[in-house]
Write a new protein. Structure first.
Length: 283
């Protein structure tokens, strides 16, 4: 499932074609994805200008001139692609419709935004912009890892009370929003912390030191366009490239990349998810 860097990459790719543009026609080709679409969604989108395109955790939020916000979740296989962009950032020709093109937005500027989702684990919803943060999918989210509210003292205080493995704590969206399995594995490797270590057993200084490492990992991944493991594509259809820079994720049995370390990357299962780490240099 796409994590924060992939969602941010898609948001940045969509922004030139959507921000400030009017949705000339919205086409909804089925009644639901993971959940039913909101009532009259096509009519409520048609004719509205996209004022701002932002991200909260792993969700894309499009604030509309109607006072509503379109929430978009890519799910496991969802892709949002742009065609016909008059700014020349994307392919100019609209591709032939595909079987799983479930929502299509034709913009007045000539761009077409297509949401394609073969497995239908994605989601879309409409909500009042003024109360968007109270939406059930957003209300309990912690601070953004790239935002000012996420700092060393905050994270140290949160981890101090958690008796779960540090890997599980960092995946808890109530503590920090948007982190997923890939980037927590990479963060813990850079920090030299075993995913098995109990969160409350980290010193305050070591917990606080995780903050800049988390930001660096996410920033590196965004710069690389995210990670393409199965279905992820950027808004222009290109693959992300951060998977070529993984230090531990999906590298079971391969040599540790830390200079001077002779260890081998291992995999263990925590809460049904694979954790990749080097037992020699992660303690």
């Amino acid at each position: 499932m796409p994590e924060l860097p992939e969602v941010e990459t898609v948001r940045r790719g969509l922004a030139p074609a959507m921000e400030g543009a009017v949705i000339a026609k919205a086409q909804v080709n089925r009644p639901d994805l993971r959940w039913p679409f909101p009532e009259n969604m096509a009519a409520r989108l048609t004719g509205q200008a996209v004022q701002t395109l932002r991200r909260r955790s792993k969700y894309i939020l499009a604030d509309l001139s109607s006072g509503e916000t379109l929430l978009i979740h890519l799910g496991m296989s969802g892709r949002m692609t742009v065609s016909g962009d008059p700014l020349g950032h994307f392919h100019h020709d609209h591709p032939a419709p595909e079987k799983h093109d479930h929502v299509v937005l034709d913009m007045e500027n000539g761009a077409r935004i297509t949401f394609n989702d073969p497995r239908r684990f994605g989601a879309m919803d409409l909500m009042d912009t003024a109360s968007a943060e109270t939406h059930p999918l957003l209300a309990k989210l912690g601070p953004e890892p790239l935002g000012n509210a996420f700092d060393g003292p905050y994270l140290a205080a949160q981890l101090k009370t958690r008796n779960t493995p540090i890997k599980s704590a960092l995946l808890d969206q109530r503590i920090v929003a948007g982190l997923g399995n890939i980037y927590v594995c990479e963060t813990l490797f850079r920090a030299g912390i075993s995913p098995k270590r109990r969160a409350r057993n980290l010193s305050a200084a070591r917990a606080a030191a995780l903050v800049p490492i988390i930001r660096d990992v996410l920033s590196d991944a965004i710069t690389a366009g995210g990670s393409s493991l199965r279905d992820f594509r950027q808004a222009d259809g290109e693959l992300g490239y951060f998977q070529h820079s993984f230090d531990v994720y999906d590298r079971e049995g391969r040599p540790c990349r830390k200079p001077g370390c002779t260890g081998t990357v291992k995999r263990l299962v925590q809460s049904g998810r694979s954790s990749f780490y080097c037992p020699s240099c992660q303690r």
